[in-house]
Design a protein around this ligand. Structure first.
Ligand SMILES: [Zn+2]
Length: 278
C-alpha cells in the first residue's frame, strides 16, 4: 500500500512541473527578453497582451496604421469580415481534398525555439478544423510572419504577401498567436459583431476619444454562432480604457467573465468550420 502511494506521489512530482512548463510556452524566452513573460502574465487577457505589445505603434511615421487594436489597415477591405462573402472573396481557397492550405513564411528574426512555438500553435488549427498552415512553396498568396513592433494582422486573404506581426517582445502567447491567425482567416473581433449591442454595452466615457474607433461595429457574418464572451477574439472588459474602468459591460449579467480566453474555444472552432469546412 505504502509503496503504491509513494509511487503515485513520485509520479505526480515528476510530471506536474513538466505539464506546467508546456502550458507556459513563453518560458522558452531567456534573460535576453527583459520584462517578457513577467509574473502574472497568465492573468492577462488576450487584449491586454496585444495592447501592451502595440502601445508604441503609431508614434513614428513609418509605423503601420492599426485599427481595432491589432488590425492592419491597408487598401480596401479593412473592415473585413464581410469580404468573406464577396466575390472575389478574401477566404483562403479550399483544396479538392477539402483541406484549406494557408501558406506562410516565417522570418529568421525568430530563433528556432520561437519558430517551433509558433508552428506548434498553428498545428492547433489542423487538429480541430480543415485549416492547415503550411510552409509556402510557390503560392502567390501567403502570410509573412514577422517580428515587427506589436501583434497585428490583416483580416482575411489579401492577395500576395501579407504581413502578420508577432513581436518577440510580447506576442508569443498561444492566445495571441491564435487570435492573429483567426484574423488572417477572415474573422473580426467578437465585440465588433453586428449583434454586439444585445450582449455588451460600450462605455464610451471610459475610452480615449482617439481610441473610440476600436469599438466600431462591423457588418459581420456571424455564422449562426452565439455571441461568446469567452472567444479568443473577444477583448477584455477594460480594453482601451483611459481610466482603468470597464469599457465593455456584459448584458444582462454584468459579472460574466469577458475576454479571458487562454486559447480558441469551441465557438471559435465552430465558426472556422462553418466558414471553411462545411
Ligand atoms: Zn485582434
Amino acid at each position: 500500500m505504502y509503496l503504491t502511494l509513494s509511487l503515485i506521489l513520485l509520479m505526480l512530482l515528476a510530471f506536474s512541473p513538466a505539464q506546467t512548463r508546456s502550458i507556459k510556452a513563453v518560458e522558452i524566452h531567456g534573460p535576453k527578453d527583459p520584462g517578457f513573460n513577467s509574473a502574472g502574465d497568465d492573468e492577462l487577457s488576450v487584449s491586454a497582451i496585444i495592447e501592451r505589445a502595440n502601445r508604441d505603434i503609431g508614434q513614428k511615421p513609418e509605423d503601420p496604421t492599426i485599427t481595432f487594436g491589432d488590425i492592419l489597415v491597408d487598401d480596401g477591405l479593412q473592415n473585413a469580415d464581410p469580404c468573406t462573402s464577396r466575390n472575389p472573396s478574401c477566404l483562403w481557397p479550399k483544396n479538392k481534398n477539402g483541406i484549406v492550405y494557408v501558406p506562410y513564411i516565417i522570418s529568421n528574426q525568430f530563433c528556432p525555439k520561437e519558430k517551433k512555438l509558433i508552428t506548434d500553435i498553428l498545428k492547433t488549427f489542423r487538429n480541430s478544423t480543415c485549416i492547415q498552415f503550411v510552409p509556402r512553396d510557390r503560392e502567390e498568396d501567403y502570410i509573412h510572419i514577422q517580428n515587427l513592433k506589436g501583434c497585428y494582422s490583416s483580416v482575411g486573404r489579401r492577395g500576395g504577401e501579407q504581413t502578420l506581426s508577432l513581436s518577440r517582445q510580447g506576442c508569443l502567447y498561444k492566445r495571441a498567436v491564435q487570435h492573429e491567425f483567426i484574423h488572417a482567416l477572415g474573422f473580426h473581433h467578437e465585440q465588433s459583431r453586428s449583434d454586439r449591442d444585445q450582449h455588451i454595452r460600450i462605455v464610451y466615457e471610459n475610452i480615449d476619444p482617439d481610441k473610440k474607433h476600436n469599438f466600431n461595429k462591423v457588418d459581420t457574418n456571424n455564422l449562426k454562432t452565439p455571441y461568446d464572451y469567452g472567444s479568443v477574439m473577444h477583448y477584455g472588459r477594460d480594453a482601451f480604457s483611459n481610466n482603468g474602468q470597464p469599457t465593455m459591460i456584459p448584458i444582462p449579467d454584468q459579472n460574466v467573465a469577458v475576454g479571458r480566453a487562454q486559447e480558441m474555444n469551441a465557438n471559435d472552432i465552430l465558426r472556422i468550420k462553418r466558414l471553411y469546412c462545411a
